[in-house]
Design a binder for this molecule. Structure first.
Ligand code: KG4
Ligand code: ZN
Length: 334
């Protein structure tokens, strides 16, 4: 029959993004307008500023996404939107726009969990085989998610303090690197020929949880001690030491979780999935362990609406539509 065209909106943080996804698989358009330049001056995302920026751009970006898809509003099948988690003011902008479109066009509304979006970014480029295990690493999340069947999520491990991306951004800031610092730390780490020795937060032997704030504090303490002694710690060695510690823990826990849950694939997802070091390390370890590894292209790692459309398609197939009073949920659980 007629293809399913989902118009998806993502405004949970500092990217205003709108996409059109055909049959859950084909990206007809994926417009991403980043606010990073605006937030750089503040060294991080300012929620109030983010909301204002979303308001300014959302209408134009919706028009652009529909135009680039080669469609008209009348061709759409459903409107999907990130419901949470995220900044409440930012989420509300996407929700209001999505609800207006759904009600004026008489289309179903689909609420999507942001992390489900990150995970299903992989479905746009790979064939998923269940059960699978997703390692979700972003600025706001670090989670090991067992996906037993399409859309059936069970979180088996999570960070107890900072998210991985948050730790990257804080360490980058201490090294005087611009926001967001993850890519800069990644680049510096690759250039280093030695690593500052730093601790690994393994936690309890059975635990799949993570902790990155102790590591971040260890970096800050090392930088302070060096400064007091009047010596300069080379930034690349600090970056390398930090990255090695993060990669060791992420990789080992993910591989153990794949084995213990009997998962058929390991999926990498979230902004930190763009990390070259992490991708390389996981490729090596998964090859040794005989585990199929799925990694999204860089453009689908950081926040974008195509991934929201991909996750929304699962709900479309099941007729899981949202009520017209769908609320923004800043700490929505998966
Ligand atoms: O998924 P995302 O776009 O937003 C959230 O949902 O949080 O992730 C953004 C995070 C930032 O913390 C950024 O520093 C980090 O992803 N990031 C990286 C890299 N590229 C982006 N971290 C480490 N290495 C990278 N190459
Ligand atoms: Zn995200």
């Amino acid at each position: 029959g007629r293809p399913c065209y989902i118009l998806a909106l993502e405004t949970s943080c500092d990217e205003t993004s709108v996409a059109v996804i055909e049959d859950g698989k084909v990206i007809r358009s994926n417009v991403v307008s980043s606010q990073i330049e605006t937030h750089k001056a503040f060294g991080g995302v300012v929620p109030e500023v983010a909301s204002r920026k979303h308001v300014e751009s959302i209408t134009l970006i919706i028009e652009q996404a529909v135009r680039e898809a080669g469609l008209g509003l009348g061709d759409l099948s459903a409107i999907a939107v990130t419901q949470g988690p995220g900044l409440v003011g930012a989420l509300l902008i996407g929700l209001v726009a999505a609800k207006s479109l759904a009600s004026t066009l008489g289309l179903p509304l689909i609420g999507v969990h942001h992390i489900a979006g990150h995970i299903y970014a992989n479905a746009l480029v790979h064939e998923l085989e269940y059960p699978l295990l997703a390692l979700v690493v972003s600025g706001g999340h670090t989670e090991l998610v067992h996906v037993e069947a399409p859309g059936r999520f069970r979180i088996i491990g999570r960070t107890r303090d900072d998210a991985a991306g948050e730790a990257y951004d804080k360490v980058a800031r201490a090294l005087g690197l611009p926001y967001p610092g993850g890519p800069h730390v990644d680049r510096l780490a690759a250039e280093a020929d030695s690593a500052l020795p730093l601790p690994r937060a393994w936690l309890e032997p059975e635990s799949y949880d993570f902790s990155f704030s102790g590591l971040k504090s260890a970096v800050l303490a090392a930088l302070n001690t060096a400064r007091m002694k009047g010596v300069e710690l080379p930034a690349d060695q600090v970056a390398r030491g930090f990255q090695e510690s993060v990669l060791d823990v992420l990789t080992e826990k993910a591989i153990r979780a794949v084995r213990e849950t009997g998962s058929r694939q390991l999926l990498l997802a979230g902004g930190v999935a763009a990390n070259r070091g992490l991708r390389t390390r996981l490729e090596e370890r998964c090859a040794e362990a005989g585990i199929p590894l799925l990694v999204p292209p860089l453009s689908l790692c950081t926040d974008n609406a195509a991934m929201i459309g991909a996750a929304a398609f699962l709900k479309w197939e099941r007729g899981q539509f949202a009520p017209p009073y769908l609320k923004a949920e800043p700490s929505l659980s998966l």
